[in-house]
Design a binder for this molecule. Structure first.
Ligand SMILES: Cc1ncc(COP(=O)(O)O)c(C=O)c1O
Length: 356
C-alpha cells in the first residue's frame, strides 16, 4: 500500500490548548476549528478540545458538522449567516452569529425573540482597518446601542491585520477597539487571534480566538513553535519507494531542473502535490529522516519527490517526515513562499489519516 500518512497527535493539541489557557487565564477560549480544523480533521480535533468554551467556524455547514458530532459548546459563526434562511437554522441549533453588515442586523432583529429565547450572544464586528468585514467606527456604536436596547448580549469583535508584526496599523486598530468598547460599555470584547494572544496580554478581554497556535504552527515569521512552546499536532510522512544512483551531469525529474554535480544516491519518496505537498519551492526544501535534514532535488511531481540520500542509511521503506517535529511545517512553507496555515489546510484526501 502506498504510504502517505497524516498523524494527528491529540496530546499535542491538548498541550497547545493548555498553553492558551496559561497565556490568557482570565479569558474564555473560542477554539478556531474552521476549514476542517485547519486541515487536521475536525472530528479528531474536537475531542481533544473538550475543555474549550466555544468553537469558531466560518460557515453554517461547519457549525452543523460540530452539532452533528454531538458537541454542545457554544459556536460562533465568524462571518455570520449568509441568508435569512440560515438565521432560523442557527437559532434552532444554538449557534451564535457575528453581524458585520446591516442586512445581517435586520435578519437578527426579525428573529429577535427566538434568538434571545435561546440566550445566544451576538458578536458585532468592528472594521478598524482590516477592511474585510465589519462596521466602521462611526456606525458601529449606534448598531451596538440599538442591539443592546433590544435586549441583546453583545460581544465587540475585531481582527488584527498585522498581529504577527509591528505594523503601525496595530495601534490604530487597538485605539478604535478601545474607543468603541469604552463608549459602548458595558460590553464584552474579543480581538485576539494566536499572534495577538502572545503579543497583547492586556487585550485578551472576554474571549480569545486561537487558531494556528492550537495546531502547533507559528503565526510569526520570526518565532518558531519551539520559541512559543507549542507542539506540532500534525506529522506528515511517506516512504522511500525506489533508489537510484546517478552520475555527475545526470538530471532529475520534470524539466530536468536539477543536474547532479557528483555521483548521487537518490531516493524516490511516495508523496507529491496530489497529496498536498507543495510544488513551488523557490528555495531549497528539505524533509527529515530519523531527525536529520535531507534535501529535495528536482521538481515535486503529483505522486513523487526525489531526495538526496548520499551517504545515508536509507533503504526502501524508510519513513520520511515531510513535516512534523523535526521538519516544521512553517519551514516547509517558508521554502515554498507561503505560510504553514496554507499547507495544513490544503492537504488532499489521499494521505491516510491516523490519530496518535
Ligand atoms: C476572525 C478570526 N479570529 C481568529 C482567527 C484565528 O487566527 P489564527 O489562526 O492566526 O490564530 C481567525 C483566522 O483566520 C479569524 O478569521
Amino acid at each position: 500500500m502506498r504510504q502517505a500518512t497524516v498523524y494527528i497527535d491529540r496530546e499535542a493539541l491538548q498541550y497547545n490548548f493548555n498553553r492558551v489557557k496559561q497565556l490568557a487565564p482570565k479569558a474564555k477560549i473560542v477554539s478556531m476549528v474552521k476549514a476542517n480544523a485547519y486541515g487536521h480533521g475536525v472530528k479528531d480535533c474536537l475531542a481533544a478540545l473538550e475543555n474549550t468554551d466555544a468553537f469558531g467556524v466560518a460557515c453554517l455547514e461547519e457549525a452543523l458538522e460540530i452539532r452533528q458530532l454531538g458537541y454542545k459548546q457554544d459556536i460562533t459563526l465568524i462571518e455570520g449567516v449568509f441568508s435569512a434562511d440560515e438565521m432560523h437554522v442557527v437559532i434552532e441549533q444554538n449557534i451564535e452569529v457575528i453581524v458585520h453588515h446591516q442586512q445581517q442586523v435586520d435578519w437578527l432583529l426579525a428573529n429577535k425573540d427566538a434568538y434571545l429565547a435561546k440566550n445566544l450572544k451576538v458578536w458585532v464586528k468592528l472594521n478598524s482597518g482590516m477592511n474585510r468585514l465589519g462596521f466602521k467606527i462611526d456606525v458601529i456604536k449606534n448598531i451596538i446601542n440599538q442591539l443592546k436596547a433590544e435586549g441583546f448580549n453583545c460581544v465587540l469583535a475585531m481582527h488584527f491585520a498585522n498581529a504577527d508584526s509591528d505594523h503601525p496599523l496595530n495601534d490604530e486598530q487597538i485605539r478604535q477597539f478601545l474607543e468603541v468598547k469604552n463608549d459602548c460599555a458595558p460590553i464584552m470584547g474579543s480581538c485576539c487571534n494566536s499572534a495577538a494572544i502572545y503579543k497583547y496580554p492586556e487585550l485578551h478581554f472576554d474571549y480569545v480566538r486561537p487558531g494556528i497556535m492550537l495546531y502547533g504552527a507559528t503565526p510569526f515569521a520570526d518565532k518558531s513553535v519551539h520559541d512559543l512552546d507549542l507542539k506540532p499536532v500534525m506529522t506528515f510522512t511517506a516512504e522511500i519507494i525506489a533508489l537510484n544512483t546517478i552520475q555527475a551531469g545526470e538530471a532529475v525529474g520534470y524539466g530536468s531542473l536539477y543536474i547532479a554535480e557528483k555521483e548521487t544516491q537518490l531516493a524516490i519518496v511516495s508523496i507529491g502535490y496530489g497529496d498536498g505537498y507543495p510544488r513551488a519551492f523557490p528555495k531549497q526544501n528539505f524533509v527529515a529522516i530519523n531527525g536529520q535534514k535531507v534535501a529535495l532535488v528536482g521538481r515535486v511531481a503529483m505522486d513523487m519527490i526525489a531526495i538526496d540520500v548520499t551517504g545515508l542509511n536509507a533503504p526502501i521503506g524508510t519513513k520520511v517526515e515531510l513535516w512534523g517535529q523535526n521538519r516544521l511545517v512553517d519551514d516547509v512553507a517558508e521554502a515554498n513562499g507561503t505560510i504553514g496555515y496554507e499547507l495544513l489546510c490544503r492537504l488532499s484526501n489521499r494521505p491516510v489519516r491516523k490519530q496518535i
